[in-house]
Design a protein around this ligand. Structure first.
Ligand SMILES: O=C1O[C@H](COP(=O)(O)O)[C@@H](O)[C@H](O)[C@H]1O
Length: 260
């Protein structure tokens, strides 16, 4: 069942990143207190990396026990390990290299290094890794992630699920190879909408004028095939974190005033 989106609008993208980082720290600390560990799915893109950089700069990051955090990815560009365009490379630079993570808990998506024949085989391997981490109480072939982060693309794509492409129609598999993505690079790996919906909380991030049309479409009642972001929701919460530019085309009564 979908959870109704909650919308929070911040003054600008810097404040949005800082506020999202503060929220994420609190969420991880609370999950670790309640369950011993926490799990977060990272996103690539400008807003996802902005959040990680804000987290790295926050003194409150020391409240997190980084060794008891599982990190997964919502999508990845199928490129060689260390390629600067890989989401994991960018996440390492923004935050991960600066905190004491347990390497066994950093579940990067496979690279194009010859281990797997192609993105489809690599996606199947990641699906198996997720399934091995899921517990019976998750009632799903993927773990119940505490928070799953998604950047919203200017065309409403989330992870590497693009409007009208086959990936957004996937209902069985949890991870897929993506071919012919309209945004380079064309070959990618992505969680599917059913896998995304296994998360307890899904947080969608969008900042900047170029996201305003996508935000208005996805929150304005479009279907998920036309606007994949509309199909991304969590089991207990779906949170849209925006800046004023990205919220510019939303009806004004949909959200409370931005902080000054
Ligand atoms: O290619 C991708 O794009 C989206 C959105 O990125 P943005 O720079 O427009 O915010 C991102 O969320 C995804 O992880 C990434 O692979």
């Amino acid at each position: 069942m979908s959870t109704a989106p909650q919308i929070v609008v911040h003054r600008d993208k810097e404040l949005m990143a800082q506020a999202a980082a503060a929220r994420l720290i609190t969420k991880i600390v609370d999950a670790q207190a309640a369950r011993g560990s926490a799990s977060v799915v990272l996103t690539g893109g400008r807003n996802g990396n902005g959040l990680l950089a804000a987290l790295a700069a926050s003194p409150a990051r020391d409240a997190v026990d980084w060794s008891r955090l599982d990190l997964w990815w919502g999508d990845e560009r199928f490129l060689p390990d260390g390629d600067p365009d890989r989401n994991v490379t960018q996440a390492r630079e923004a935050l991960l290299d600066a905190v004491g993570l347990d390497p066994a808990r950093v579940h990067a998506m496979p690279a194009a290094d010859g281990t797997y024949e192609d993105a489809d085989e690599a996606a199947a391997a990641y699906a198996a890794e997720l399934a091995a981490a899921a517990r019976p109480e998750d009632h799903s072939p993927v773990p119940s992630f505490d928070v799953l982060l998604l950047g919203v693309g200017p065309d409403t794509h989330v992870a590497s699920l693009f409007p009208e492409l086959p990936g957004v129609r996937e209902t069985e598999r949890t991870v897929i190879g993506v071919h012919g993505a309209p945004k380079p690079p064309p070959t990618r790996i992505s969680l599917t909408l059913p896998a995304i919906r296994s998360a307890r909380e899904v947080w969608l991030l969008a900042a900047g004028e170029d996201k305003a049309g996508a935000v208005a479409l996805a929150l304005g009642g479009a279907g998920e095939i036309q606007a994949p972001a509309a199909g991304a929701y969590g089991r207990t919460r779906t949170l849209w974190l925006l800046d004023q530019s990205a919220a510019a085309q939303l009806p004004r009564d949909l959200y409370p005033p931005a902080s000054p």
